[in-house]
Structure formats: structure tokens, C-alpha cells
Ligand binder design. Structure first.
Ligand code: 5GP
Ligand code: ZN
Length: 115
């Protein structure tokens, strides 16, 4: 998608600090980290949000969780733990309309982390 910030990051038109990449998925550091470790994991396929996920994307979504698993081990946060968040729509405060999985770690996360 032409005007999508995350598609531009995938294409390398906007720089990012990558932590993982394969043919289908990219993970990079959030520009405004909400925790000491804040990674965004995204499919390279442009999917606006969770509501747009189709049955045919089942493999991709499952693969994203495998990637999250790998990143947790790579960053050695698997023991202390981490949180995965997907915001969908206005009330959740979704700002970028390209589905993304936030990985938050590196500090004790409160019961409520989003307002
Ligand atoms: P949302 O609120 O849509 O769930 O999360 C969007 C996230 O993307 C925010 O945490 C924001 O800091 C991050 N973000 C927005 N633009 C950029 C960018 O150009 N580069 C990076 N690395 N992160 C971005
Ligand atoms: Zn996109």
C-alpha cells in the first residue's frame, strides 16, 4: 500500500532497526518505546487490521507467533516474560493501519498498560 508507513519500512523507504526478517514477516524496534524492549512484528502482506485477517492468512498469523517465540529467545526475555498486544480500531488507539503485534518486555508490566 503506497501510503502505509509500515509498507514503506518493509520496502526500506523508511529506515528501521530490524530485529528479525524472513520472506513473510519483519520485526523492528518501535520508534516510541513504551518499555525497555518494544518490538513491532508485522506481516509483509498489507493487512489493515485484525478485522481484515482472512482464513487464507491462518498460516501467516501462526507463523507470526513462531517469530515472536524466536525473538523472545534471541532477546533473552523468555524467562522474565513479555506481553503481546494487537490494537484494532479507534477505541484501541490503532494508529497505523497495517496489522502489527507489539512485543513489550524489560520491565514489570502493569495490569493496565494502555490508559
Ligand atoms: P498502534 O497504536 O497503531 O497499535 O501502534 C503503532 C506503533 O507504531 C506505535 O507504537 C508507534 O510508535 C509505532 N510507529 C509509528 N511510526 C513508526 C515508524 O516510522 N517507525 C517505527 N519504528 N515505529 C513507528
Ligand atoms: Zn502496509
Amino acid at each position: 500500500m503506497e501510503d502505509c508507513v509500515f509498507c514503506k519500512i518493509i520496502k526500506g523507504e523508511i529506515p528501521s532497526e530490524k530485529v528479525y526478517e524472513d520472506e513473510e514477516v519483519l520485526a523492528f524496534k518501535d520508534i516510541q518505546p513504551a518499555a525497555p524492549i518494544h518490538i513491532l512484528v508485522i506481516p509483509k502482506k498489507h493487512i489493515a487490521n485484525l478485522l481484515e485477517v482472512q482464513e487464507e492468512d491462518s498460516y501467516l498469523i501462526s507463523h507470526i507467533y513462531q517469530v515472536i517465540n524466536k525473538i523472545a529467545k534471541k532477546l533473552e526475555i523468555e524467562k522474565e516474560g513479555f506481553r503481546v498486544i494487537v490494537n484494532c480500531g479507534k477505541d484501541a488507539g490503532q494508529e497505523v493501519m497495517h496489522v502489527h503485534f507489539h512485543m513489550l518486555a524489560g520491565r514489570k508490566l502493569g495490569a493496565k498498560i494502555v490508559g
